[in-house]
Design a protein around this ligand. Structure first.
Ligand code: UDP
Length: 402
């Protein structure tokens, strides 16, 4: 259970005082977050830390999970993919299942809160089934750089009923009549995933998973999702490994609202087994926050080779631990990785450039330390959960202040 006082050392006294002052003005307000999973992926990660902190500072923030069938989640994953630019056959049947699932949930999900905040498109249509008594905010975590217009236009029919639209980056804002804001996602520096850990504990813990700390580690830690391009990471690793002795750790999990994960995992498993460097690849599929922490700390380089990325919390998680990141310059990643300062950025398909940057970092300890130091500082200044709480408090006040 977090205790706000404990964040003072990391976030500074001023930030904590500011949180308390703002929260006081909103004391006992009853707010609810609605999304579609409590486990797997960045949204669940964010909400898990945020809801606890809000309750601790005296804001009565609840968290509800939309109930859906596998069919529903197959459709909403297709919407998600289309919002990130993929094609879709937006059939009447898909729209019906989407709409009816939300309608069904609304019949037993009673909302008498002062403010309702809906995260991501799965529960977006809920607003259609309530007599609106309070402001509603839609918070979209997806990379909206280039959405499929058919899907975006369809979702907009629901979005326009909301009072506010929140995205992760300025460039994701759209032509809409409702107000829009940017709130950057953030990491919780005190969670099991990010808390400081000794080298000895890291060594013991990683060895349980067959990771050998005597060899440099390159890792990517991500849900098994085609947008994260894990097979592309294997290709980068093979190029690096042909020049240097090192190992690759691919650590991943499955999100409860993403039905595509298993198929991708099987494809990846086959590809890693076929690699001429298969004995140096660890493909690990467990949901384990502390293991994520240890792997990010033990890595010499973290790779994030996403083709699209709403924000990419894994990037800040690695940077905060002083590990340089070589990543794609897509979506929210360039907010976090400053090319040449705390890591390197490349176009997602520039496999050779990725491997060159990884080799450069592996070969140069001084560079590695310099990038690591800058990364930690950048995250502390911009992507800590205390800043995110402050941003939300400002938005709550805008809608609830007298
Ligand atoms: N994650 C995890 N275990 C894994 C893989 C990922 O806990 O095996 C976490 C990761 O540490 C991060 C979140 O899942 O906190 C992923 O968030 P991100 O924004 O990077 O991507 P998303 O999955 O939301 O697309």
């Amino acid at each position: 259970m977090p205790n706000l006082k404990k964040y003072e050392k990391i976030a500074g006294k001023e930030a904590i005082e500011s949180i308390h002052n703002k929260a006081e003005r909103l004391a006992n307000k009853h707010i609810v977050f609605i999304n579609s999973t409590y486990q797997g992926g960045g949204v669940a990660e964010l909400l898990n830390s945020t809801v606890i902190l809000f309750n601790e500072i005296g804001i009565d923030l609840g968290w509800r999970i939309l109930h859906g069938t596998p069919d529903f989640f197959t459709i909403t994953k297709k919407f998600h993919n289309a919002l990130q630019g993929a094609n879709i056959n937006l059939s009447k049947r898909k729209k019906e299942i989407y709409f009816e699932t939300n309608k069904r949930f609304s019949s037993f999900n009673h909302l008498d809160h002062d403010l309702v905040i809906v995260h991501d498109p799965q529960p977006l249509p809920l607003i259609s089934f309530y007599k609106k008594k309070q402001p509603w905010i839609f918070r979209c975590h997806i990379d909206l750089t280039n959405p499929n217009t058919q899907v975006w236009d369809y979702l907009k029919t629901f979005l326009k009923k909301y009072d506010h639209f929140v995205v992760s980056k300025n460039e994701y804002k759209k032509r809409l009549k409702i107000p829009q804001s940017v709130i950057w996602p953030a990491i919780d520096p005190l969670s099991a995933k990010n808390k400081t850990t000794s080298g000895e504990v890291i060594r013991k813990y990683t060895s349980k998973y067959g990771i050998d700390l005597n060899k440099p580690i390159i890792s990517q830690i991500s849900r098994f999702d085609k947008w994260k391009d894990p097979i592309g990471v294997v290709k980068v690793f093979e190029q690096v490994r042909s020049k240097l002795d090192c190992q690759l750790v691919l650590l991943g999990e499955f999100a409860l609202d993403d039905p595509e994960g298993q198929k991708l995992f099987e494809k990846l498993e086959k590809r890693t087994k076929e690699s001429r460097y298969s004995k140096d690849i660890r493909l690990i599929s467990v949901a384990n926050d502390f293991l994520v922490n240890c792997v990010q700390r033990a890595s010499s380089v973290v790779v994030q080779k996403s083709k699209r990325e709403g924000f990419g919390l894994t990037v800040s998680e690695a940077l905060y631990k002083g590990t340089p990141v070589v990543a794609s310059n897509v979506g929210g990643i360039p907010l976090q990785v400053i090319d040449g300062i705390n890591g390197f950025l490349h176009k997602p398909n520039e496999t050779k450039c990725f491997s060159k940057s990884v080799i450069k970092i592996l070969k140069d300890e001084k560079l590695r330390n310099e990038l690591g130091k800058n990364g930690k500082e950048h995250v502390k200044n911009n992507f800590l959960i205390t800043r995110l709480v402050l941003n939300w408090l400002d938005l709550f006040e805008k809608h609830l202040g007298k």
